[in-house]
Design a protein around this ligand. Structure first.
Ligand code: NAD
Ligand code: IPM
Ligand code: MN
Length: 362
């Protein structure tokens, strides 16, 4: 089987983690009889530095014609002052929108080996397995009007949260279909008590539910949902939510996996898929060779599963990850007790990652 894959390492740790993930891609391909035509392209800050724009049309065209795209991460403090239209993050948003990747699957699973690496207690985490399905091409990320204007002599910033019923229905369907293959429970997360757009969200999800009588549907407000995934993650199976709520909720879910460095994602719904870790370019640890590549490696697993229909390859990669973490770890998933007894290998270089938030635009 021959597959054409575009690799967009991006910025910061993006290049480090993609290098490792491509090794796993190649090895899996060798074992299972794939040959890959890999095209490495620049995107994000790296592309701004070279061409003045975050994504070249030629790169977008290549992505449209590839079987799949693997992306590291884009962005960083160097480009934060730029106009929104040419920020690194626009590359990502343009790819999602142009490739029509309206469904972002973010599975948060705790591997038992890592239950002591999370800041949450083992007894809270053990057995947790949540699939967050984030709407990815609509909502406040893309709604118009948007911008900053002067009104009565004051600067006013504005964005628009907008969803039409078709956009809601198709992501609801994605969630119900996914849940049918899981534990048949969907929790739809909104802010229907305050926002009309998400009141419509709740209405349409409820309407679509009539086609899936076997599914148990519940609704939750986003503020409560962020609290509940930390309080008792095992209560959730499949979660479906809007673009921005999904962005926030999935970073909270990262602590179920032990670290944001463990959370992979698949963006699907169009002709081909894009695969990327949930985390960003981690400027605070970039260049030190201490970034956790497993979220990107597991994203490669998701590429096999969702773009090539090869669940066997996905499971092989997941098994390899579990074997690797039983003896080798990056510092973000170290279990303190074991570091002291020296059982686990230490990263080759650098100091431990700072856990403080980068405080940047996500
Ligand atoms: P971040 O996810 O880059 O980092 C948050 C924290 O998690 C940092 O302390 C970082 O060191 C740590 N971390 C993240 N990934 C890690 C890994 N693989 N291994 C170990 N530790 C890891 O979020 P941020 O600091 O808010 O954003 C930094 C930049 O990344 C911004 O420019 C933002 O826009 C961009 N970003 C890009 C993507 C993407 O390309 N998909 C996603 C999120 C943020
Ligand atoms: C993510 C990121 C992106 C988002 C940014 C970098 C545009 O935070 O993929 O989670 O907000 O979607
Ligand atoms: Mn995010």
């Amino acid at each position: 089987m021959k597959k054409k894959i575009v690799i967009l390492p991006g910025d910061g740790i993006g290049t480090e983690i993609c290098e490792q993930a491509v090794k796993v891609l190649q090895k899996t391909g060798d074992l299972l009889g794939y040959t890959f035509d890999l095209e490495h392209e620049i995107a994000g800050g790296a592309c701004i530095d070279k061409h003045g724009i975050p994504l070249q049309d030629s790169t977008l065209e290549k992505c449209k014609h590839a079987d799949a795209v693997l992306l590291g991460a884009v962005g960083g403090p160097k480009w934060e002052g730029l106009d929104f239209s040419v920020r690194p993050e626009r590359a990502l948003l343009k790819l999602r929108s142009e490739l029509q990747l309206y469904a972002n699957l973010r599975p948060a699973i705790i591997y038992s080996e890592l239950a002591d690496a999370s800041t949450l207690k083992r007894e809270v985490l053990e057995g947790a397995d949540i699939l967050v399905i984030r709407e990815l091409t609509g909502g406040i990320y893309f709604g118009k009007p948007r911008g900053v204007k002067i009104e009565d002599g004051k600067r006013v910033g504005f964005n628009t949260l907008i969803y039409n019923e078709d956009e809601i229905r198709r992501i609801a369907r994605t969630a119900f279909e996914a849940a049918m293959k899981r534990r048949k429970k969907v929790c739809s997360v909104d802010k229907a008590n305050v926002l009309e757009s998400t009141e419509l969200w709740r209405t349409v999800v409820t309407e679509e539910h009539k086609n899936y009588p076997e599914i148990e549907l519940s609704h939750m407000y986003i503020d409560n949902a962020v609290m509940q995934v930390i309080r008792n993650p095992r209560q959730f199976d499949t979660v479906v939510t809007t673009n921005m709520f999904g962005d926030i909720l999935s970073d909270a879910c990262a602590m179920i996996t032990g670290s944001i460095g463990m959370l992979p994602s698949a963006s699907v719904g169009g002709k081909n898929g894009m695969y990327e870790p949930v985390h960003g370019s981690a400027p605070d640890i970039a260049g030190q060779n201490i970034a956790n590549p497993l979220a990107t490696i597991l994203s490669v697993g998701m590429m096999f599963k969702y773009s090539f229909g090869d669940n066997n390859a996905y499971e092989m990669i997941e098994r390899a990850v579990k074997i690797a973490i039983s003896t080798h770890r990056t510092k973000d998933i170290m279990d303190t007790g074991k570091i002291e007894t020296g059982i686990l290998s230490k990263p080759r270089t650098g100091r431990p990652p700072s856990r403080k938030s980068g405080g940047s635009d996500r």
